[in-house]
Design a protein around this ligand. Structure first.
Ligand code: GDG
Length: 740
């Protein structure tokens, strides 16, 4: 039935698809209604496999029953993961529902930050992963669902590097600035990135996630392709909007009695319907205020419109939900008290669950559906209402902050916080001509039909299989390799000192040295780096100090110029004590070099040192020009360095970039800096090799591009400045800081 049917399927979700009630005659299992369950079970039975989850009881109250699941039915096995009362309180009610749920729905101020609940969440996620390992074979496809299990992919990957893992988030993934409020945001990113495919309802959630991978972990990200390079694998990140079981809903709705037409005055009472889990994200309070405003601003609807709200109780042990229920009771009482007349009550209110056929019948009967969550991953009620409009009638009012709004553009889209706008949308819906209703609804129905829940499952599993193939077929990118090698080492000190060369490392090599300017991306990153407390950033160059300063005008960054003879930065102002004694000699050498007769040469007088550039000299004459320069510099008693398209003369003092680096470290962090600081030096030039040598064993060095003399003295290699940028981005992101 499904394309990737050859591998057995393991579904891992917080809840199993049934409730259990202890009864004296034995436990009573009641299957949960809902399209996802009915759509997944045939796939499970077809492929063979198991569904792992919690059965809703806890071991303290229910003992062994908390680990109980019904016997296998039609080839589907369930495995119940028993949780203690304390685990339920901390993992489920705590971290899942008091931390992740509000944060992911942008209720930042209601988000609890509690390290104890996080620890339990970790432990329970680990147990889910262990159960999945036990229930799967090496080829199984493991599909993990939702925000309660964000760390499970990581634990599974740790156990089995080649496991096939898909993860789907049913709630929104918030923007990076909101997500990083969570002290464990990086651990959660690593958790989700354990999967081969990370799926979201809509593109904007996928985009938020990709940005977080880049910002928080410093991963290389291809946003267009939806690929994150993570620990040597390519993780696919995609939008897979969930659908509903359209055919089933249509069948139930078609069996319902026809809906009365109420377009003309005196036709009867128009029905407006709301169906939600009792949750503060669903915008219930604002919705009730919109109903109240409707009867105030448009009295023509009094006696002619009834709003029915169905509320399914949920998370009753979480305090915020009790308060919400009280507020709703109060508001409904007030509105009904204000407007009820004769036999008419404006708001009808039912707090309980209905059988699915009855619910679909109510959808069908409703002239208008009011779906106004303040934030919602998708919102299935909107799609179910559309599917139930078998006569292509009915008007959907939908929050633009629900994921469903991305697909259901023909609905009346509203901002759910704008009470009067919702009121006006209601008025338009109730007075909308039939032609417009039909035009909108038939377009919506086409959309909902094209992506039903069966298609969703098929596409997700196919995409997860492809993502697994892709993840396996890649080599590590160079900067990933370096990161992986340094990750553990970096995480063990509180400060990281990063020395980075300028030309050829931060900027690509150009023909004229004065044209080497920082790109906006590098400059922004360095500015960011300068603000990161654990980073000590130092730019090192053979250029004169003032020259480097003017190219890197970023306060807080230390600059080493003239191959180390000049240093300036917070708390340091250094000039080699003997350098001035050689100044006149350097000037004379510069004069001699200027007289070398070869078009394209360029002499750079840098005060403490002098450089003779030959990049633009015709290749036939280059060798001769270099030989002449070498003899001029030697005649002047200077130490000579041959770099990339450049010959340099400097005072014959035992001083170089390596010694300058050690000087900076001692000045800044004290003589025992190696016990406090991790040091990385990144450079492309021959002169950088002095620093590589000085740091051997006490720091790590990275050669950019091929080493000029062919001997690699650095610990690692990066191909070019673009890879350096990626690597620095990762350092700035703190991606190596250990989780927890
Ligand atoms: C999460 C995300 C995302 C409601 N009352 C009854 C009943 N229901 C069913 C509805 C619908 C489901 O419950 C509610 O689904 P939603 O999508 O509206 O919301 P959440 O529960 O918050 O679900 C959400 C969803 O996951 C799927 O990915 O869309 O954004 O928050 O199917 O029909 N069903 C029955 N009786 C009721 O009284 N039988």
């Amino acid at each position: 039935m499904y394309a990737s049917a050859r591998h057995s399927l393991v579904i891992v979700s917080n809840r199993l698809p049934f409730t259990v009630e202890p009864r004296p005659e034995g436990p009573l299992f009641t299957r949960s209604p809902g399209g996802l369950v009915t759509a997944l079970e045939p796939v499970l039975s077809d492929r063979g496999g198991v569904w792992i989850g919690w059965n809703g009881l806890n071991t303290d109250d229910a003992g062994d029953l908390a680990g109980f699941a019904p016997e296998s039915q039609s080839g589907v096995r369930y495995r119940a993961l028993p949780l203690s009362a304390r685990e339920v309180a901390r993992y489920y009610e705590g971290f899942s529902n008091r931390t992740l749920w509000p944060l992911f729905h942008y209720f930042v101020s209601s988000t609890r930050i509690d390290a104890r609940t996080w620890r339990t969440y970790e432990q329970v996620n680990q147990r889910f992963a262990e159960a999945a390992v036990q229930e799967s074979d090496p080829d199984s496809m493991i599909w993990i669902h939702d925000y309660q299990l964000l760390r499970v992919p990581h634990y599974l990957r740790q156990h089995h590097e080649r496991a096939r893992i898909g993860f789907f988030l049913h709630v929104p993934f918030p923007s990076a600035d909101v997500f990083r409020v969570l002290p464990w945001s990086r651990a959660i990113m690593r958790g989700m990135l354990g999967a081969d495919l990370v799926g979201f309802h809509v593109q904007s959630y996928a985009e938020h996630f990709l940005l977080c991978a880049e910002r928080l972990l410093g991963c290389e990200v291809d946003s267009k392709a939806g690929i994150v390079q993570f620990e040597g694998r390519q993780v696919s990140v995609q939008a897979h909007p969930i659908g509903v079981d359209v055919a089933h809903i249509e069948a139930l709705a078609s069996a319902a009695p026809p809906r009365p037409d109420v377009t003309e005055p005196g036709d009867g009472v128009a029905q407006v319907l709301g169906v939600d889990r009792l949750d503060y994200s669903k915008g219930l309070h604002q919705r009730l205020l919109s109903i109240e405003r409707l009867f105030e601003l448009h009295p023509m609807h009094r006696g002619r419109v009834t709003f029915t709200q169905i509320l399914v109780p949920s998370r009753e042990r979480v305090k915020e939900y009790e308060q919400l229920k009280r507020d709703i009771d109060e508001t409904i009482g007030r509105v009904n008290g204000k407007f009820s007349e004769g036999g008419w009550t404006p708001i009808r209110y039912m707090v309980r669950s209905f059988p699915q056929d009855e619910l679909m019948c109510r959808y069908h009967q409703a002239h208008v559906a009011l779906v106004t969550p303040l934030r919602d991953g998708m919102n299935l009620v909107a799609k179910e209402y559309v599917a139930a409009q078998v006569s292509n009638d009915g008007v959907l009012i939908l929050s633009e902050l629900a994921g469903a709004a991305e697909e259901l553009q023909e609905a009346l889209l509203v901002n759910p916080f704008d009470v009067e706008a919702v009121t006006e949308a209601l008025h338009s819906a109730l007075t909308m001509p039939r032609d417009e209703r039909r035009a909108r609804m038939s377009a919506l129905r086409d959309r909902v039909r094209a992506n039903d829940v069966h298609g969703w499952i098929r596409r997700f599993l196919q995409a997860a299989g492809l993502a697994w193939d892709r993840a396996r077929n890649t080599d590590l990118s160079p900067s990933d390799r370096v990161r992986r090698a340094l990750e553990g080492w970096l995480g063990t000190r509180s400060t990281v000192a990063v020395f980075v060369d300028y030309d050829g490392t931060l900027t690509p090599i150009v023909d004229r040295p004065e044209e080497a300017v920082l790109s906006d991306a590098v400059r922004e990153l360095l500015e960011q780096a300068a603000r990161v407390p654990y980073l000590d950033l130092v730019v090192v160059s053979g250029r004169a100090l003032d020259d480097v300063r003017s190219r890197v005008p970023i306060p807080g960054i230390t600059v080493v110029g003239n191959h180390g003879f000049e240093i300036e930065g917070p708390g340091i102002s250094y000039r080699h004590p003997h350098v001035d004694a050689h100044r006149a000699n350097i000037e004379r050498a510069a004069g001699d070099l200027a007289r070398i007769d070869a078009p394209g040469t360029q002499v750079e007088q840098k005060g403490a040192t002098v450089a003779f550039h030959v990049r633009r000299v015709d290749s036939a004459r280059k060798g001769e020009a270099v030989t002449q320069a070498l003899s001029v510099l030697r005649d002047r008693g200077l130490e000579v360095m041959v770099g990339n398209q450049v010959v340099e003369g400097r005072p014959p003092l035992d001083w170089h970039k390596g010694r300058a680096v050690l000087h900076v470290l001692r000045e800044r962090h004290g003589a025992n800096w190696p016990s406090k600081v991790r040091v990385i030096y990144i450079g492309d030039d021959t002169t950088d090799q002095d620093a590589f040598r000085s740091l051997r064993g006490i720091g790590r060095s990275i050669q950019v591009g091929r080493a000029r003399n062919g001997t690699a003295t650095a610990d690692f290699m990066l191909p070019d400045p673009a890879a350096v940028l990626q690597f620095l981005r990762w350092l700035v992101s703190g991606g190596f800081v250990s989780p927890g």
